[in-house]
Design a protein around this ligand. Structure first.
Ligand code: NAD
Length: 466
């Protein structure tokens, strides 16, 4: 590729409070209130992303061996589309809303809902889709008129450095700041008061974020992971199941919060589903995933070891794949036949290329098992006929559902978890809504006093005329 990607430099702990106070001051000086100012920022941001597309691709290759196709679809291209969608719609989204039908007297008070920015906000990103998941929420935060402090994940260091370069090349330096670092730097950020914190990552860190926000009553969005089930009924097409489920696990080598964690497959279909996985793997990677340019690597040694011990400890039988190479941080897409939902393959989020299959007697058993592992996963993937899918949806809970598919989330639909997979949602219009305060405004004209006087004491006899 030939482009030079900068090294990640952590921000000094002393500098952090000063940077936050600059961002807060910029908000209090109303610098981001003007919608045209926000649009200029977003347009500059768009061109900076475009200008750095090669560096984005190189950083994703260095951090995750992410294939160029996946970078263009799910990182740079995704962000560019998001900025275009936002800038096209912003004038419409910021418009005051009229209140719904009401009493005549209230109508004269012109009740409206303004979309006010929240203030100075913090975005903390995850490593797996570093650009999309860190800068995606930032697009909405800028559009809504907030000043923003951005903390990319240190686990994708090259991507974090390129994000900083893009932000510093395009955005107003008083309003938007990138802070780099690991746990101590994030803790220093969390010690400050924010007007909203948007966190993408694991549930354990999510709890730390929510706890740190509580003393300041700071609202939080938690975009967490999930132990996402796929339910494959007897009416499903095994080939479709295998191709789509394999795709969801080879994308970023399974380091994808929406990919299925385990499959509950109707017993008579299990052999066919396993065979179709083998066929699909051969079709997608004729020479094997290891030598293919279209397969990512595990982000680092810690995650590699975590995944290795998951596979070492399973009581299941490996039906496909199972090879790994620590030096290369390579783990092959691996299908494992397990005999209990309590197998560690099902009870932990793998965040890797594992496809555990648990045979079930019928749809009712599948639903009951899915509801038992994690009652509220981020995604749920039913495969079957219309009636099966409808039954599954109406007897489960999850952040989202992709019927006869996996991992898929259409970018204009709200995206977020429920219960243990988090709270709050963004994407499309929700990316703007999540960053504004819907502020109700009423104006009581002086001439309305004759009508309003009904509210003043003495109350005697007034109820009858109310
Ligand atoms: P993580 O929770 O380890 O880290 C996320 C962020 O938190 C990073 O920026 C990191 O610096 C910071 N952090 C880590 N430890 C911290 C601590 N002790 N105190 C304060 N900050 C800390 O998550 P990850 O490994 O980057 O991502 C994997 C997890 O994120 C998976 O569970 C996955 O499902 C989830 N995820 C969710 C979504 C979503 O949109 N719902 C998207 C991607 C990933």
């Amino acid at each position: 590729m030939g482009v030079q990607v900068p090294e990640l430099q952590f921000t000094s702990l002393e500098e952090i409070p000063e940077r936050i106070s600059t961002a807060r001051k910029a908000f209090l000086e109303h610098r981001t209130r003007d919608v045209e100012f926000r649009l200029v920022q977003l347009r500059k941001f768009y061109w900076a992303i475009k200008d750095h597309e090669e560096e984005i691709a190189e950083a994703c290759a260095l951090d995750l061996n992410k294939p160029r196709f996946e970078v263009e679809v799910a990182e740079s291209g995704w962000l560019l589309n998001d900025v275009v969608f936002t800038t096209r719609n912003l004038h419409n989204w910021v418009k005051d809303e009229k209140a719904e039908d009401m009493d005549l007297a209230f109508k004269f008070m012109s009740p409206t809902i303004r979309k006010d920015p929240l203030g100075c906000v913090l975005v903390i990103g995850a490593f797996n889709f570093p650009f999309q998941l860190t800068l995606g929420p930032v697009v909405g935060a800028i559009a809504a008129g907030n000043t923003v402090v951005i903390k990319p994940s240190e686990n994708a260091p090259r991507s974090a450095a390129v994000m900083q370069k893009i932000c510093e090349a395009s955005l107003d330096p008083s309003c938007y700041h990138v802070i780099q670092g690991g746990v101590p730097e994030t803790q220093a950020l969390l010690a400050e008061r924010w007007d909203k914190i948007f966190f993408t990552g694991g549930a354990n860190v999510g709890r730390i974020i929510a706890k740190a926000a509580a003393p300041h009553l700071t609202p939080v969005v938690l975009e967490l992971g999930g132990i996402n089930p796929a339910i494959v009924t007897k009416n499903a097409d095994p080939r479709l199941v295998a191709r789509r489920m394999l795709w969801a696990k080879l994308l970023n080598a399974g380091q994808l919060c929406t990919s299925q964690n385990y499959l509950l497959v109707d017993k008579p279909l299990v052999t066919d589903v396993v065979e179709e996985f083998k066929k699909a793997y051969k079709e997608f990677y004729p020479q094997g995933a290891k030598v293919s340019p279209d397969y990512s690597r595990i982000v680092n040694g810690t995650h590699f070891q975590r995944l290795k011990s998951m596979l070492d400890n399973t009581k299941g039988k490996i039906m496909m794949g199972g090879t790994m190479d620590e030096k290369e941080l390579y783990i092959e897409p691996t299908v494992v036949l397990v005999d209990s939902v309590d197998d560690s393959m099902c009870t932990q989020e793998s965040f890797g290329p594992f496809i555990p299959i648990l045979p079930v007697e019928n749809l009712d058993e599948a639903i009951s098992l899915a509801n038992g592992v994690q009652a509220t996963p981020l995604g749920l993937y039913p495969f079957g006929n219309k009636a099966d899918v409808a039954k599954i949806i109406s007897s489960t809970r999850s952040g989202g559902v992709a019927c006869n598919d996996a991992a898929l989330h259409i970018p204009t639909l709200p995206f977020g978890g429920v219960g243990e997979s988090g709270y709050g949602a963004y994407r499309g219009r929700s990316s703007f809504d999540v960053w504004v305060h819907r502020r109700p405004i009423t104006t009581s004209p002086g001439w309305l006093e004759s009508i309003l006087s009904i509210r003043y004491p003495p109350y005697a006899g007034k109820l009858a005329t109310w």
